[in-house]
Ligand binder design. Sequence first.
Ligand code: HSE
Length: 430
Amino acid sequence: MEKKCINIGIAGFGTVATGLTKLILGNSDIIYRRLGKKIKIKSILVKDINKKRDFLPPESVKFTDKIDDIVNDPEIEIVVELIGGTTVAKEVIKKSILAKKHVVTANKAVLAEYGSELFQLAKLQNTALYFEASVGGGIPIIQTLKENLSGNKIISLIGILNGTANFILSKMSQEKLPFEQALKIAQDKGYAEADPTLDIEGIDAAHKLIILIMLAYGKNYPLDKLTIEGISNTDPYDIKMAEEFGYTIKLIAKAKDKGGNLEAGVYPVLIPKKHILAKVDGPFNAILIEGNGVGPIMLYGQGAGGLPTGSAVLSDIMSIIRSSSYNNTGFYSDQIEEASILEDKYTSCCHYFRFQVEDRPGVLAILAGIMGERNISIAQVVQRQEKKGKYVPVVFLTHRAQIKNIKDAIEEIDKLSFVMPGTKHYRILN
Ligand code: HSE
């Protein structure tokens, strides 16, 4: 007789696992109507069974601190990995797949680093390894790329993929706060990862971009080849200047197909205020995708939090229960090839610079000369009488120029005796 109840095991009981548990309990009626089956949480793996918890599942749920109690329990069909990190989490995923269990994970770090290995293992074992919650929290971006846009060639995707960074930049802009103060508020609100370096240095967004590239292009783009710049050096002065020029600063993750080569990276950029992504504020995430059939589409929603992320995890669990065959990456045989990479230094866009220079005759001409020699054409220049010691800020906006030339120019300019080193540079999204 067909089973009427599917047992799952959860590894980890933090924010997302709590959100998932609340949804499984609170939405049991709609889940049953949709599946014709109940989902039962049988066991939860935690580090410390005796830890005081604000929210507890029903008493029938067993807490355990032994991985084997979950991965080797024959009654558990689906293991939900919500531990995070890449050590114990990887062990739980691997052991579960080897035990022929289906796995649902929200773990972007483990997939960005070990995705190829884990997807191959899942293919061999004919199990599902689903990961809707790994990118964009509650936003259904994985399924969108895997299924709904599967007939498109993806021309480009640009995402605001880290809510903490977006919240910090929004706060700095709206309330004129320094970076440290805005970070503290983000942490107090619980948006940041346990280690906020992952959020503010762009690494969390990079993990997510690697996953999106795999789904959009069927390519493995190694994390160590990706250009990653964070926001920890953001100065409120540049946010103010960018605004005066009609831009807002956002941390974006971008991938673009350039004739078969992939241009990709995570960095803060100036976005024109009327651009749709400029309106994505606070902890929200958004992904703008351009397919050659569908044209541009944008998905927007909560990129973190227990219930939104739990909603994505639950959709994976339900989708596994409904299916009888599994494709994890959206590519036939789950074959993921190595990406052919367009190196960052050969990419080009428009740029924003802020130099701090001594205010004396000939200075601007020298800066402009160095840029001109490197084929960097200036679009706008502003000098303000806002002295910092003996230096004044000079802001340049340029036409399109290659990153290599930009880096060379900054290196040369920063060595000049009348320039304070540490020139600020941002790419402009256009
Ligand atoms: N720390 C992440 C963010 C949430 O701020 O977006 C989960 O990926």
